[in-house]
Design a protein around this ligand. Structure first.
Ligand code: SAH
Length: 244
């Protein structure tokens, strides 16, 4: 199940931070590292700081965008020290985040996403997340080193996994009841945007409205079945698609 918890590092500047993050992961039983557009990788500095966790660095998947990194994930939690700038569901306590993530990871991949050393995650990247989490810290100096932020959240995840409710064997949840992947949600929002434009509801591209609707559906946490119901509704509303 811990293999379903992916650690995603966005455009890491110092390769040493990639190695130190891999080490932080391995100490907590996490193995799946995804690198979005790293500045320098592979790099000897990454291997050096990985110490005994070079296997994780070697197996890391490198992708070109955050969308590619999290397409298959049902929950995407962006770690951010800054106050929430978008109305996404926000975990103020890493412990609560870890419980939620561990539960989801029973059936599907989930991602914890970390930003750049210099400027964190962009608003566009935060929009690709389903949730945000902050590590409570000194209000006057609350920004952790990237790999230390990975360590804290990996530790919380490991603790939640150890304490997960004992279920000797839980049958996999039926597909329709599971949360949609990020990619399925993206298709839904693209469809919704098309219908809003075609119906004349939006007369010009309106990013703010789309962001608000994305936040609404992120909070509602529809199941795959509910999402396909909404897709069916949108199809029926699309001009020229009526049978009668
Ligand atoms: N200067 C950046 C922060 C960079 S720290 C900024 O102002 O946003 C690198 C990454 O570590 C952040 O993008 C975030 O993912 C994580 N991080 C650091 N401190 C954190 C905190 N207190 N809570 C959650 N994530 C944190």
């Amino acid at each position: 199940m811990l293999h379903n918890i992916h650690i995603v590092l966005v455009q890491t500047y110092h390769p040493g931070n990639i190695g130190a993050s891999a080490r932080a992961m391995k100490t907590m039983g996490l193995t799946n590292l995804v690198l979005v557009n790293p500045r320098r990788f592979p790099d000897p500095e990454a291997s050096r700081l990985a110490a005994g966790a070079e296997d994780i660095v070697e197996r890391a998947r490198t992708v070109a965008s955050l969308a590619d990194a999290v397409g298959d994930c049902v929950q995407v939690v962006g770690a951010s020290a800054r106050l929430r700038s978008l109305p996404l569901p926000h975990f103020d306590e890493p412990e609560a985040m870890a419980r939620a993530v561990v539960e989801r990871a029973e059936d599907d991949p989930v991602a914890l996403v970390f930003g750049r050393e210099r400027f964190g995650l962009t608003n566009d990247e935060i929009r690709r997340c389903t949730h945000q989490v902050s590590i409570p810290a000194n209000p006057d100096y609350g920004i952790l080193n990237l790999s230390q932020a990975v360590q804290v959240l990996a530790y919380e995840t490991f603790k939640a996994w150890r304490r997960r409710p004992a279920s000797d064997y839980r049958a996999p949840r039926p597909t329709g009841e599971r949360a949609p992947t990020r990619e399925q949600l993206d298709h839904f929002h693209a469809h919704l945007a098309r219908v809003m434009a075609a119906s004349g509801f939006l007369t010009q591209p309106h990013a703010r409205t789309e962001a608000q609707l994305q936040a609404l559906f992120a909070r509602a946490q529809p199941s795959r079945k509910e999402l396909s119901l909404l897709r069916g509704l949108l199809r029926a509303l699309e001009p020229g698609r009526h049978d009668d």
